[in-house]
Write a protein that binds this ligand. Structure first.
Ligand code: CP
Length: 312
């Protein structure tokens, strides 16, 4: 596997293999501690991050590898006008695998042309975030035992939320999925996803504006932050930012085994009173992100069979 730009770059079989490997790592991660010895991961973040960058770095360190990179483009030669392609070309001379985040949609695809090593998109603008998708899929698999036959409500900023776009594409390939999009009119799921994915594949979906109207139906509610950094107009952001605040009252009628997911960071979308609720799984997602990125790094470096798997 030479690149991961879009969640659709992975076949269902490849996703299943990554989840299987991550689950084996979870059973005993000490067995994996030397798999990437002498390998170097570069993390190039042209846009802020806490979870994605640090979980990639933690994953590589847990595999015995080393990390280099930058967390702020202002400390790189991008400030002197260097192109993203030249930056990646350069860094691929110093590393064995690269994870990059960039505010411009498509930047990782452009950079891929000159990368001499496997390249991972760690988020590009409002477009894609495939490794968050792997994190979400591993969490759903661990909590629900399956990735099919589920009703998922995506709630919040469905227009700019790249994690929603990536996860929706990945889940669209699993059978008997039902999608409910909960958003204000201005932040609805983009038309291209409706036409080219949902309608084209004749998937079961609908759009609503209130959580309370659909909460009883859901197996999963996937909350998202209103993406301040992608708004052109601050007034619109201020008006829309607190449209959805999930709290105890709003999920009173949920299924007992509902799971609440959020890619984080959270601003106000989930009241902290829910943090200890057994349905809250957003910090389990954070933890799973480390394990699935270990599985991804190993696989992209061709080291996925270096450790014998646990017998069940
Ligand atoms: N989920 C996610 O991408 O978080 P960060 O922006 O902190 O990396």
């Amino acid at each position: 596997m030479k690149y991961l730009i879009d969640s659709m770059d992975l076949s269902v079989e490849e996703i299943d293999d990554l989840i299987d490997l991550a689950q084996d790592i979870i059973k005993d991660k000490s067995r994996y501690q030397d798999v990437c010895r002498h390998k170097i991961l570069a993390t190039l973040f042209f846009e802020p991050s806490t979870r994605t960058r640090l979980s990639f770095e933690s994953a590589m360190l847990s595999l015995g590898g080393k990390v280099l990179g930058f967390s702020n483009a202002n400390s790189s030669s991008a400030t002197k006008g260097e192109s993203v392609t030249d930056t990646i070309w350069t860094v691929s001379c110093y590393s064995d695998i690269i994870a990059m985040r960039h505010p411009k949609e498509g930047a990782p695809l452009v950079a891929l042309k000159r990368s001499k090593v496997p390249l991972i998109n760690a988020g590009d603008g409002g477009h894609n975030h495939p490794t968050q998708t792997l994190t979400d899929l591993l969490t759903i698999k661990r909590e629900k035992g399956r990735l099919d036959n589920l009703t998922i409500g995506f709630c919040g900023d469905l227009k700019f939320g790249r994690t929603v776009h990536s996860l929706l594409k990945a889940l669209s390939r699993y059978p008997h999925m039902k999608f409910i999009f909960i958003s204000p009119r201005e932040l609805r799921i983009p038309e291209y996803l409706k036409q080219d994915l949902l309608d084209a594949k004749n998937l079961d979906y609908r759009e609503v504006e209130k959580v309370e109207d659909v909460i009883e139906e859901l197996d999963i509610i996937y909350m998202t932050r209103v993406q301040k950094e992608r708004f052109f107009n601050e007034q619109d952001y201020i008006r829309l930012k607190d449209t959805y605040i999930l709290d105890k009252k709003k999920i009173e009628k949920s299924k007992k085994d509902l799971i609440i997911l959020h890619p984080l960071p959270r601003v106000n979308e989930i009241a902290t009173e829910l943090d200890d609720d057994p349905r809250a799984k957003y910090f389990d997602q954070v933890q799973n992100g480390r394990y699935v990125r270990m599985a991804l790094i190993m696989t992209m470096l061709g080291l996925e069979n270096e450790v014998d798997r646990h017998e069940d």
